[in-house]
Design a protein around this ligand. Structure first.
Ligand code: ADP
Length: 586
């Protein structure tokens, strides 16, 4: 920053020298080129004589022209350097701001994402941060303009302070109507921000739901909506640029008016010599773009202000949403088991707790299934284990340690999670499996794939492990995608494995494969398995089935134990079983 200001000051200084030299050159030229013949020389001569004497130069038209030209060349060089430097600095600042935001986003707790829209976040990250950083440079740019104004103000004042004061007064008075223009710029900036946010939110949502869009045949309607949003942004941006274009409309006529006024009055009003008046007029003409720049800069700053406010709000909310990581113990594996002790959890927006008075033991190396109606709190309970969410009250113990005592990194390295419909990035099968442990060997990867029951279908892919999988490739079925993701989870050799059972895309054979896979993992690795079960076939062999209802644990037992009594599980199991029998009979 300091370098930039220095470059700007140098640029202005050289400009000042080159402009200040013009009057003496002019005077010398009129007096026939000999300094001795100068009549009533202007006050610039005193500085010039001292300066030239200091540099050891003789005062002549030739040296003066060379000095002036050199000053102009230097000004251009500094101007170029400042422009290039400014561009680089600005782009680096934008990148740094964006990186700071994304780092805070990755470090924010999960509840932060419950609140805001992803589209809004993307817009802040990509668009508003760039606008907001722009304002710093707008301020520096206006600093540069102020230097220039100061230099010109000084030069003009030394020629005629009366004329300068009068022009400044008239200028300020006549530019008052520009205030409305500035206010409108600010409003347009606000409107542009709202439209841009609307657009990104809309796009993120619709691109995610592209299947629904296709199936509903709503492409035309959606396209029209996108069109409206793009049009709104275009309109507001055009308004800002139109307002910018109006500034010269004000400034140029004002300056020209002043000039004409001088030409008419200077001779008799202040008794200025023609040469001085001419230079005065010349300087005023040079001032036109400077003043325009100042007004444009100010207008730009006003249009950017809403983005600055938005970004500072975003940074503040991200700072308060930072994940708490105060633990000091490194989680190295489970020895006895996990214990929930009177755990309550309420969502910020929830009116009733999602989990209430949960008391539960999950023994090490066993297979625990979580069942219950939709909305019972199964996913919420699971989110507590890798501390994606923190309990509202109560305690979760991993052996003798409270969950909070562990460092987040070690905890998450020790607890693997396979979601119901895993997202597979557009990478090769091998890269996906290695996502959490890029350094794993081929043998380790193949072993994880075997345990997950993924070896056979990976072998059938066109390039085996090197085949690009993921959404775009569309090569994998729902069940295969989950097994691929299970291989990823197994590669981390975590002591706790949490799975959300796939509800769709699994035929009877796949269900059986899935069940065998779970048992194989338990037998061969001693991993503690927690399964959120939606169907019941994979639950039958669980070591314990935990029934959650309305955020509370209603029953716990093995399949046999639960079937002996009347409870949600036995009821739901019989219903499903009857339906299966009826289907077979039909
Ligand atoms: P399950 O996994 O058993 O279907 P969940 O754990 O998803 O149940 O939900 C438990 C309760 O918490 C439900 O009443 C649900 O509406 C609520 N809930 C879930 N996620 C959120 C959230 N992000 N914000 C607010 N409430 C939520």
């Amino acid at each position: 920053m300091a370098v930039l200001v220095l470059l700007d000051i140098s640029q202005v200084a050289f400009e000042g020298v080159s402009v200040a030299m013009l009057l003496p050159i002019f005077e010398l030229f009129i007096s026939g080129g000999d300094p001795a013949n100068l009549e009533n020389p202007s006050i610039f001569w005193r500085v010039l004589n001292e300066g030239f004497a200091y540099l050891g130069l003789d005062v002549s038209l030739r040296t003066m022209s060379i000095v002036t030209f050199s000053a102009i060349v230097m000004r251009q060089l500094f101007k170029y350097a400042s422009t290039v430097f400014r561009a680089r600095l600005r782009n680096n600042y934008i990148r740094d701001a964006q990186m700071a935001i994304i780092r805070s986003v990755f470090g924010a707790n999960i509840s932060y994402f419950d609140r805001g829209s992803t589209g809004d976040l993307i817009n802040d990250l990509v668009n508003e941060s760039a606008h907001a950083v722009g304002i710093i440079f707008i301020l520096i740019a206006s600093l540069n303009t102020f230097f220039l104004l100061a230099v010109y103000g000084g030069l003009l004042t030394s020629l005629s302070w009366q004329l300068t004061a009068m022009s400044a007064g008239i200028f300020v008075f006549v530019s008052l109507p520009m205030r409305g223009l500035i206010r409108k710029s600010r409003e347009s900036g606000e409107n542009r921000l709202v439209a841009s946010r609307g657009l990104t939110s809309f796009l993120v949502e619709r691109l995610r739901l592209v299947r629904l869009l296709r199936l509903s045949g709503s492409e035309d309607r959606e396209t029209e909506q996108v069109r409206n949003l793009f049009t709104a942004i275009a309109d507001h941006t055009t308004t800002i640029q139109t307002l910018r274009a109006r500034i010269p409309l004000f400034i140029e006529p004002i300056v020209i008016l002043l000039l004409l006024g001088f030409i008419v009055t200077s001779q008799d009003m202040f008794g200025l010599k023609p040469a001085v008046a001419l230079i005065f007029v010349g300087m005023m003409v040079r001032l036109v773009p400077v003043l325009q720049q100042l007004a444009v800069t100010y207008q730009g700053a006003m249009a950017t202000l809403p983005s600055v406010r938005k970004i500072s709000g975003r940074v503040e909310s991200l700072a308060t949403a930072k994940e708490v990581d105060a633990g000091t113990v490194s989680f190295t594996g489970l020895e006895r088991g996990i214990r929930f002790e009177d755990v309550f959890f309420a969502y910020e927006s929830g009116t009733v707790p999602a989990l209430e008075a949960i008391n539960l033991e999950i023994p090490k190396g066993k297979f625990t299934a979580l069942v219950g109606p939709s909305g019972a709190g199964k996913s919420t309970l699971i989110d507590l284990l890798p501390r994606l969410r923190r309990v509202s009250s109560g305690q979760i113990w991993f052996d003798g340690h409270r969950l909070e005592d562990f460092t987040l990194e070690s905890l998450r390295n020790g607890v693997a999670f396979v979601p119901q419909s895993p997202d597979v990035f557009n990478v090769t099968a091998s890269s996906h499996i290695r996502y959490g442990r890029p350094e794993a060997t081929d043998a380790e990867m193949a072993e994880a794939a075997r345990l997950a029951g993924a070896t056979a279908f990976i072998a059938q892919l066109p390039q085996g492990y090197d085949t690009l999988v993921g959404e775009d490739a569309g090569l994998l079925s729902g069940g295969q995608r989950q097994r691929l993701d299970l291989a990823r989870a197994l590669l981390c050799q975590c002591s706790v494995l949490i799975l959300d059972e796939p509800t769709s895309g699994l035929d009877a054979d796949s269900v059986e494969v899935f069940q065998e896979t779970l048992l194989r993992i338990r037998e061969e690795t001693g991993t503690t398995i927690i399964l959120i079960a939606h169907g019941f076939s994979s639950v039958v062999s669980a070591d314990q089935i935990v029934v959650l209802e309305g955020g509370r644990v209603s029953t716990i037992g093995t399949h046999e134990e639960l079937m002996k009594t009347d409870n949600w599980y036995s009821g739901a199991f019989r219903k499903q079983h009857r339906a299966a029998l009826a289907a077979d009979a039909g």
